[in-house]
Design a protein around this ligand. Structure first.
Ligand SMILES: *Cc1c(COP(=O)(O)O)cnc(C)c1O
Length: 380
């Protein structure tokens, strides 16, 4: 029987044609028309005024953190349930994550817990907000739109404003989500970051994007990602990075962006199909949907209440259906286990019970049925 992949790229649009154009024009590197075109497309699709391309999602996060003045030995608040890149970008600034547990309902940064720790565990002094237990300055808040699920960003931004903290959103795989009928970056956040890694809904092979509402900050981000070169001469204003996306990557991503709405629609349909087809199995819950909008459903799957998730993961894999475990939360990861963290009742309980299910945008109806059939067979 054929293998059903977990999440693979769908490259059947204009990808080959645009790539051919890159080869024929010779523009394969960071100059070339597709990079600027992609920036315009992502700004429009995310509801931001300005977009700056990067070589990865991690580089987009790193660039945003530098723009927000996050520096050595400072703390950035981040949720435990995320891919390790969220924390790595913070570390690349010499800072550390302050790891908060997530909301039970929607698996993202918990605004009530955020407010509580800012009020109870910090003190304001003349340099800013200080985390009492470590004496380190709290420099930013980084909510994660986990698998396309938005956090309650309006509430988070109100709290952030009170404490004068910039909000940088890790929306790596959340292009196309809807929050209170607004687009993913239509918020008070300082910056919103995306990834175009190979298994994201929209891929460029690899790459990322950081979007801003403020023109001056976006201009600074552009310098940071392009070695801060001044004019045509090889004079560079400050120590910066070689983070710009290439025209080849942007060509693929432009073709992908033309089908963003279609891709997100299919992702959401796959999520709804599994949810409805397995609704009678009380001990298997589907992935959550946020109360304030529609997830971009980058990934979908199940949460096992009784049986260990591994029994399903191994059983599905034996039947040629690719599934996987979920990311180990940040507070358990070797490089981050000693970082400041709240108690983690939600993340600790949740992460080992999650089962991801096949959700490529080129999945067929027959394949979805096979997945459901196999889950039922294993459930018994
Ligand atoms: C994919 C992802 C990233 C990292 O993006 P890269 O392009 O692989 O650097 C960061 N955060 C989250 C939540 C992601 O899903």
């Amino acid at each position: 029987m054929d293998m059903i992949p977990l999440s693979i790229p769908n490259l059947t649009g204009n990808e080959a044609r645009y790539l051919q154009e890159c080869i024929e024009s010779g523009f394969v590197s960071t100059t070339g028309p597709y990079v600027g075109r992609l920036e315009e497309m992502v700004a429009a699709a995310s509801g931001a005024a300005h977009a700056v391309s990067t070589s990865s999602g991690t580089a987009a996060l790193h660039t945003a953190l530098i723009c927000a003045d996050v520096g050595r030995d400072e703390l950035v608040i981040a949720p435990s349930l995320t891919f390790i890149a969220t924390a790595n970008a913070i570390s690349h600034c010499g800072a550390s994550p302050w790891i908060l547990d997530v909301e039970q309902q929607n698996w993202t940064l918990d605004p009530a817990l955020l407010e509580q720790v800012l009020r109870e565990d910090c003190l304001q002094d003349k340099t800013g907000l200080i985390h009492c237990a470590t004496g380190r300055r709290v420099a930013a808040i980084m909510p994660v739109y986990l698998m396309g699920l938005s956090a309650d960003i309006d509430r988070i931004c109100v709290i952030a404003k009170e404490f004068n903290l910039p909000v940088i959103v890790d929306a790596a795989a959340a292009l196309g989500l809807n929050y209170k009928d607004r687009k993913v970056a239509e918020s008070e956040a300082f910056a919103t970051c995306f990834s175009f890694n190979g298994n994201k809904t929209i891929t460029a092979g690899g790459g990322g994007m950081v979007v801003f509402q403020d023109a001056d900050i976006a201009a600074h981000a552009m310098k940071l990602t392009t070695t801060a070169r001044k004019g045509l001469a090889y004079e560079h204003e400050f120590v910066a990075y070689n983070y710009r996306m290439t025209n080849v990557e942007a060509a693929i991503a432009c073709a992908q962006m033309e089908r963003l709405d279609t891709f997100v629609k299919i992702k959401r349909e796959t999520h709804a199909f599994y949810r409805d087809a397995l609704a009678d199995l009380q001990d298997l819950q589907s992935f959550p949907e946020s109360a304030w909008g529609e997830s971009a459903c980058w990934f979908t799957g199940l949460v096992s209440q009784v049986e260990p998730a591994n029994r399903y993961i191994e059983g599905l894999r034996e039947a040629g259906i690719m599934t996987g475990p979920f990311w180990m939360p940040l507070h358990l990861q070797p490089p981050y286990k000693d970082c400041p963290a709240t108690p983690q009742p939600v993340a600790d309980d949740l992460w080992t019970r999650i089962i991801t299910l096949p959700c490529s945008t080129n999945i067929t109806g027959e394949e979805r049925l096979r997945v459901v059939g196999q889950v039922r067979a294993l459930h018994g």
